[in-house]
Design a protein around this ligand. Structure first.
Ligand SMILES: [Mn+2]
Length: 270
C-alpha cells in the first residue's frame, strides 16, 4: 500500500497547560520508542505498513504560552502542502491551536473527541488555555461544525451547561454501555485523549478516571470511522504515571490504527 496517503507524525511536547501533573511533554519520544520496539511490528491490523510514516520530529517548544503560536504555524505549514498531521501530545490543550490551523482549510469539520472529560470549562485555575478549556476555546471560535464526545465520565454542572450552550453531543459511558455509538460524517478530526480508555488498560495518564473504554472498543471505533480523516491527535500520555510501558504500547498501537485509517480515504476498513 502507498505510504503517500499516510499522515505525517508530529511530536508536540507541551504540558504547561496541565492542571494537575506534568509529564505529558515526555509523551512523544516515549511513544516513538514503543513504536520502534521489536516487541511488535509496524503493520496495522488491516495490513497497512506504518514503516512509511514520515516522522517530522518534535516541535521546538519552550513549554509556555508561546507554544500555541508555534503549534498553529507548524500545522498550517503542513496543511498548506496537503499533509495531514497525526500529532502526539503533550497535554490536551494542543488540540486548540491545531484546529485553528486546520479549520480554514476544512470548514464544516466534525470533531470526534474520545475522552473521560468534557474539557468544557470556561476557565480553569485562572488559565483559559488549560487542557480543561481547549474545547470551549475551539467552540467559541467556531472551529468545528459538530462535536461528538465519547467516553465521558467526569462531568461537572458548569461543563454540562457549556455542552448545552454549544450543542456538544456527549455519548457518556452510561450511554456507551447501553449501546449508543457516534453517527458521524466526514470530514473528521479525531482527538484521542488516552484517559478516555479505562486506567486498567492505560494507567499512564495524569487523570485516571475509572469506568472507561477498553482498548478494543477504541480500536473498533477508529477502524469503523467514516472518512476522510483530515487530522488526528493522541494526547495526555504521561510516562511518569505509566507502569511497565503499558500505556506507551497502547498509544503506539493506536498510532498504527489511526494512521492506517487515515490512509484509507473513503469507506471503513471493516
Ligand atoms: Mn481527559
Amino acid at each position: 500500500m502507498s505510504s503517500a496517503r499516510l499522515p505525517v507524525l508530529l511530536g508536540v511536547p507541551h504540558d504547561a497547560s496541565s492542571s494537575f501533573l506534568r509529564g505529558a511533554a515526555l509523551g512523544p519520544s516515549r511513544i516513538r520508542e514503543a513504536l520502534a520496539s521489536p516487541s511488535s511490528n509496524l503493520y496495522s491490523e488491516s495490513l497497512e505498513d506504518i514503516a512509511g510514516l514520515q516522522d517530522h520530529g518534535d516541535l521546538p517548544l519552550r513549554n509556555g504560552a508561546g507554544d500555541r503560536a508555534v503549534i498553529e504555524a507548524a500545522i498550517r505549514d503542513r496543511v498548506a502542502t496537503g499533509q495531514r498531521p497525526l500529532s502526539l501530545g503533550g497535554d490536551h490543550s494542543i488540540t486548540y491551536p491545531i484546529l485553528r490551523a486546520l479549520a480554514p482549510t476544512h470548514p464544516g469539520l466534525t470533531l470526534l473527541d474520545i475522552d473521560a472529560h468534557p474539557d468544557l470549562y470556561t476557565d480553569f485555575q485562572g488559565d483559559r488555555y488549560s487542557h480543561a478549556c481547549w474545547l470551549t476555546r475551539t467552540l467559541e471560535e467556531g472551529l468545528a461544525r459538530r462535536v461528538v464526545q465519547v467516553g465521558i465520565r467526569g462531568p461537572t454542572p458548569e461543563q454540562e451547561e457549556n455542552a448545552g450552550h454549544f450543542g456538544v453531543e456527549i455519548i457518556d459511558m452510561r450511554a456507551w454501555a447501553a449501546g449508543k455509538r457516534p453517527a458521524v460524517e466526514g470530514p473528521l478530526y479525531l482527538t484521542l485523549d488516552l484517559d478516555g480508555i479505562d486506567p486498567g488498560f492505560a494507567p499512564g495518564v495524569s487523570h485516571r478516571e475509572p469506568g472507561g473504554l477498553t482498548v478494543r472498543e477504541v480500536i473498533t471505533l477508529i477502524q469503523t470511522l467514516p472518512g476522510p480523516l483530515v487530522g488526528a491527535d493522541i494526547v495526555e500520555y504521561n510516562p511518569d504515571q505509566d507502569w511497565q510501558d503499558l500505556t506507551a504500547r497502547v498509544a503506539a498501537k493506536l498510532v498504527k490504527e489511526v494512521a492506517s485509517r487515515m490512509a484509507t480515504p473513503d469507506s471503513p476498513a471493516c
